[in-house]
Write a protein that binds this ligand. Structure first.
Ligand code: ACO
Length: 311
């Protein structure tokens, strides 16, 4: 009966074992996972846009090959994640319909513009760096398919981070104008990158329950702090600064102190009023509508094959 199933579920979570798609799970657990995994998948797919825009304007063949590979990886991440979500009883179609109707979220970070090729480097370093910080712990999340998808995604994200840092390092060895471009780009992305970790813990409605279920293993503020601590020495090695006069080492805490991000800006971006929200969603909707014939043709082909092939 239900009480017994719940007990079994609780014991699995308690033992830090994995919940698998065919196992019984509370409906609220299923719902939260679909929400998080779908948002994550949408972020990967929408995340192709800010950088995809620069593929045709890469400064060299080498940079173009790297960027193409990276953007294709993001498409792959989206697909692993939609597949993980499908094991929970939803479909990629249904989730994409919700995204293009504005009923599901994707990460705030992708609503900021990419103004120069330098931003490809900064996104790799800071945005993918923040993504890794958030996603490495998710490799041990309690739902099996999500955790397993994360393992592969994290490996690819480390390549993304390295290529970004290397791009910026190359520019820092260039001219004064190039160094200024790097600093300007870092100035624009630092605060939005901090916001990727979500609202502060005391204003994060989902954290407590998601931690209890082992979906999340760290709070938003814990991961944000980890990201700041990790990024400061990288900035020093690169020769740039972060735009925050309160950023300094706190001996007592053993962490860097930093300014509270502008949460009004965060909520306005999450609610749809960021600099590129409308553009990103319109582009995704156009691609979805224009791809309808491909999906229909693939389905018709699969049905024909099933009809002619003996089962
Ligand atoms: N952008 C947009 N929405 C956000 C963001 C963000 N950066 N952070 C939080 N939110 C939303 C939450 O989705 C939630 O809204 P909902 O209840 O309608 O879903 C609301 O703000 C409150 O936040 P929390 O209660 O803290 O939500 P949650 O526990 O889900 O934590 C977090 C948010 C940390 C983003 C979590 O969902 C997570 O770890 N997700 C997986 C990682 C991910 O999605 N990464 C995508 C960006 S990285 C990349 O793709 C390169």
């Amino acid at each position: 009966d239900e009480a017994q199933l719940q007990e079994q579920f609780d014991a699995t979570i308690e033992a830090k074992d994995r919940i698998e798609p065919r196992d019984w799970m509370p409906e609220a657990y299923r719902k939260t996972l679909i929400r998080q995994v779908a948002q994550h998948a949408h972020s990967e797919i929408i995340g192709m846009q800010p950088e995809g825009n620069w593929i045709s304007r890469a400064p060299s063949l080498r940079r173009k090959a790297i960027l193409l590979a990276k953007v294709q990886d993001e498409a792959g991440h989206g697909l692993y994640l939609y597949s993980a979500a499908e094991t929970l009883g939803t479909t990629r179609n249904e989730l994409t319909e919700k995204l293009v109707a504005g009923k599901q979220k994707y990460s705030s970070i992708f609503n900021y513009p990419t103004l120069s090729y330098t931003d490809v480097g900064t996104i790799g370093w800071l945005v993918d760096g923040a993504a890794i910080c958030n996603q490495v712990p998710l490799c041990r999340t309690s739902f099996g398919p999500y955790g397993r998808a994360m393992i592969r995604i994290c490996k690819e994200e480390s390549f993304h981070q390295r290529q970004g840092y290397e791009l910026l390092m190359t520019m820092m060895r260039g001219t004064e104008a190039q160094r200024e471009m790097v600093q300007e780009s870092v100035n624009r992305f630092w605060c939005p990158a901090l916001m990727m970790f979500g609202p502060p813990d005391d204003n994060s409605p989902n954290t407590e329950q998601s931690m209890a279920w082992g979906i999340k293993t760290h709070t938003n503020d814990e991961l944000r702090q980890k990201f700041v601590d990790m990024s400061v020495p990288q900035a020093e090695a690169l020769g740039v600064t972060f735009p925050d006069e309160n950023l300094k080492w706190n001996e007592e805490r053993g962490h860097y102190d930093f300014s509270t991000p502008n949460w009004d800006e965060f909520w306005s971006v999450v609610k749809g009023d960021g600099p590129c929200n409308a553009q990103r969603l319109a582009h995704r909707k156009r691609a979805w509508d224009e791809g309808a014939w491909v999906r229909e043709a693939a389905l018709a082909f699969a049905e024909n094959q099933a009809a002619v092939e003996p089962t």
